[in-house]
Every structure is written in structure tokens, then in C-alpha cells.
Design a protein around this ligand. Structure first.
Ligand SMILES: [Zn+2]
Length: 432
């Protein structure tokens, strides 16, 4: 039997139990357990006064690059970055080499993740090789442990394949994560279409490249009754469509990433390749629309789209640079900016970053209820730090937030009752 770990005097925020109060959380043998009357002599008591105790954060959209591109990231480094950012679980996208389109790759990921610093939920491909031609074997991936399907990185261009895949996904208990992009509209584009792109002499990607596909996939969700989840939504138009679809009862959900509510296309000025991603950073109007949608429930989750790349893939001409940025270690402080600005409550933040992702993925977590696995994040909402390269756990250093002063940080992350990130020395001494 392990020792008790007692988190003392923190602000417990657990929306699933409608709890927001100062109190203690007791952990033992990997579970959250009822508080005892007396503190056992050998218990590790951690004073977390002034800090928040929340259910472990869950990121439903990350790229771990493993198998095949371990020079960018691997399961070990990616989950270490997750833990450092306060995440106890991540869902990993299938665009690895080979693509996770079969049981063997799903099993490889899960075997490697067994020792990792966060739970890893593999998402399988919709089509073989994510090539958009033949459907992958959902039954095989389901049996191996996949939690959803997507061809993320690419849209499912063929509408008939999308329809059949959604029907097939539904019959296997999967939801389908849509990377909504109309390639004919986005082709050769490398940033948001508009004045900034024109001035910089770069080809732009219009908002419609996203919203056209969001519209199609809402129509297919409506046609089939299947559940479509929209990934990394960046535009006002897409959010309006999703809002209307939800109001009519269509089975859709959606996520956006911290960069879409923290930055605009202005970040691209100076040809900053660390501000290059797909979909691209949009204008101020869309940024505000994302915040509004996080507030009103149009968006269900904040997901990072953590996309590590090697320096050589970013340190090139802007139009040649790889798309994407790392996000696991900045998601929480950037989201806390929305709380401090009064856009969302602390409770809503926990819903967006833990409760809703757990429910959508159909996995454990999202609550601090007694008896559940001890996946717990302790947040210091006032801790200020400068995000610099030396502190990044991810192999990728491609972040537009390097050098930015951030406020609020996960100071301890427990997965299954094990301290996966935080000050281990202070933990030994029983103080943080
Ligand atoms: Zn994508």
C-alpha cells in the first residue's frame, strides 16, 4: 500500500461535481480517496493554499510524431511536455509514419505510452494512409484501443467517403474529427487572406476554405446522424455555422486552439515562421469570435494542435516552412488570460480543458470524484514566468510565444497518483 498524498487547502474546482471551494484532496494508490479524520504519520502533505486543484487537463488534439518522426517529438518527450503543461492525457493524431490506420500502429503507440508521463489516446485514420481513397479498418483500430477517427492534416475531400466513413464510425462507436479545409481554396496559401498577406506578397487562405467544409460536414452529420467534431476552428463563419447546427440539434462538437484566441495574422509580420500554421492565424474579428464561442458553448474544448517541428523545417523561407506550433506548455497560461480578462470563468476553463474533452473522447478523467484515478493538476494562477526555449520539454521549440511573459502555471501534475511534473524536491519535503 502506498502513502497518502494530501493536497491541503487549495481551491478545488470540479465542475462535474459543482464544486468550487477551499479544501483538501487525498490521493492514495493512484486514486482519489475520501479524506480521513486524522492525517496519517507517513502522509505527504502538500500545502497548496492559494493554488487551484483541478481535474487533470486533457488535450484532445496533439501530434506526437511517433512512430516515424522521432526527431520532431516522440511519445516520451511529448508526454513530458504534456505533464509540464498540466495535462494528464492527450489524444494523438494519426499522421505519423506510417499513418495510424491499423491495429498494429495503434498497439505500438499504446505499448510505448504505457510508461509515459500522460495517458495517450490514439486517434485512427479515416482512410488508409490518410490518402482519402479507401476507408481504414475501424473495427481493428477500435479493438486495439483507438478512441476516434480523423485524417487530420488533410480533409476528407471525397464527400461520399466522408458520408460512408461517418456511418461506419458511428457503428463502431467512434466520432469523426474533421480537419475542415477546401483544398481548392487553400492551395499554395501560407497565411490568412487579407491586407497583411497582400503587403507581404504572400498567397492567402480565405476564411471560406474552412467554412465551406464545415458546412459540408454539418450537412453530412445531419444526413447520417453521426457525430462530427470540428478540429482547430479559426473563423467567425465556421463558428456561426456550428452554432446554428447545434441549435437545430445536429450532433456536432468543436475545438479551437489557444493561438486562435491569443494571436492574429499580425504575428506573421516579419515573416515569422513560428506564426505559420494551418488553418492560419486570422484577423481580429475571428479572434474575438473564437472567444465568444468559448463563452457561449459553440466551442466545447480548448485543444492545442501541438505540432512540433525541427528547426530546419521552420528556419526557411516563409512559404516553404512547415505548418504548426507546439502548444502543450503554453495552453494553460494563455487560457488563463481569458479568465483574467473576464471572458470565461474558472469553472468554464476546467470544462473546456478537462471535463468536455473527457466526455467527448469517452475516457476517464474530468472530475475529482472519490474513487476515480488520481489525475490531478495543481495550478498556481499567479505564477509569472517568461516562456523561453530552455524551459521547453518538447523537442520542438517552434512557438510564437517564446519570450512572452505568461501568468499562471501548472505547478504539480499527478497521473494515476504519480507526480509527473512539478518540483520533485519540494514534493519529497512535503511543501510546494
Ligand atoms: Zn488539422
Amino acid at each position: 500500500m502506498g502513502k497518502y498524498i494530501i493536497l491541503c487547502g487549495g481551491r478545488i474546482i470540479d465542475p462535474a461535481l459543482s464544486r468550487d471551494e477551499i479544501g483538501d484532496i487525498w490521493l492514495k494508490d493512484g486514486k482519489i480517496v475520501p479524506a480521513g479524520k486524522d492525517i496519517p504519520d507517513d502522509a505527504v502533505c502538500l500545502d497548496v493554499a492559494g493554488k487551484w486543484i483541478v481535474p487533470g487537463l486533457i488535450d484532445m488534439h496533439v501530434h506526437l510524431r511517433d512512430p516515424g518522426q522521432e526527431y520532431k517529438e516522440d511519445i516520451e518527450s511529448g508526454t513530458r511536455a504534456a505533464a509540464a503543461g498540466g495535462f494528464t492525457a492527450v489524444a494523438c493524431m494519426p499522421n505519423t509514419i506510417p499513418v495510424n490506420d491499423c491495429g498494429a500502429v495503434t498497439r505500438y503507440i499504446l505499448e510505448k505510452a504505457a510508461m509515459a508521463d500522460a495517458r495517450v489516446y490514439p486517434v485512427g485514420a479515416v482512410s488508409r494512409g490518410s490518402l482519402g481513397k479507401e476507408m481504414a479498418d475501424f473495427g481493428e483500430m477500435k479493438e486495439a484501443g483507438a478512441v476516434a477517427v480523423t485524417d487530420d492534416g488533410h480533409p476528407v475531400t471525397d464527400s461520399q467517403l466522408m458520408r460512408r466513413s461517418l456511418e461506419y464510425a458511428t457503428s463502431h462507436g467512434f466520432f469523426l474529427m474533421s480537419h475542415s479545409e477546401e483544398n481548392a481554396l487553400s492551395r499554395n496559401g501560407c497565411m490568412n487572406e487579407g491586407e497583411v498577406a497582400t503587403r507581404m506578397g504572400l498567397k492567402g487562405i480565405p476564411n471560406a476554405a474552412e467554412s465551406v467544409m464545415v458546412y459540408r460536414d454539418i450537412a453530412i452529420a445531419e444526413l447520417t446522424g453521426g457525430h462530427v467534431h470540428f478540429c482547430h476552428i479559426s473563423t467567425e463563419e465556421s463558428l456561426d455555422l456550428i452554432r446554428q447546427a447545434k441549435a437545430r440539434g445536429v450532433h456536432v462538437s468543436a475545438e479551437s486552439a489557444p493561438h486562435y484566441f491569443s494571436l492574429t495574422e499580425e504575428a506573421v509580420r516579419g515573416y515569422n515562421t513560428n506564426a505559420k500554421m494551418n488553418p492560419p492565424l486570422r484577423n481580429e474579428k475571428s479572434r474575438l469570435a473564437v472567444i465568444e464561442a468559448l463563452k457561449d458553448g459553440t466551442l466545447d474544448a480548448i485543444a492545442t494542435d501541438h505540432a512540433p517541428h525541427a528547426v530546419t523545417e521552420k528556419d526557411v523561407e516563409f512559404d516553404q516552412a512547415a505548418n504548426g506550433i507546439i502548444g502543450l506548455e503554453t495552453a494553460l497560461p494563455l487560457s488563463l488570460e481569458l479568465v483574467r480578462a473576464g471572458h470565461i470563468s474558472e469553472k468554464r476553463l476546467v470544462e473546456l480543458m478537462s471535463v468536455n474533452p473527457a466526455n467527448l473522447l469517452g475516457v476517464e478523467g474530468g472530475t475529482l470524484a472519490e474513487g476515480v484515478a488520481a489525475d490531478v493538476t495543481v495550478v498556481d494562477p499567479d505564477l509569472e514566468f517568461v516562456f523561453h526555449e530552455e524551459i521547453i520539454c518538447s523537442k520542438g521549440k517552434n512557438s510564437p510565444f517564446i519570450g512572452r511573459k505568461l501568468k499562471g502555471k501548472a505547478v504539480m501534475t499527478f497521473m494515476n497518483g504519480r507526480l509527473t511534473a512539478g518540483d520533485k524536491e519540494a514534493f519529497q519535503k512535503g511543501s510546494v
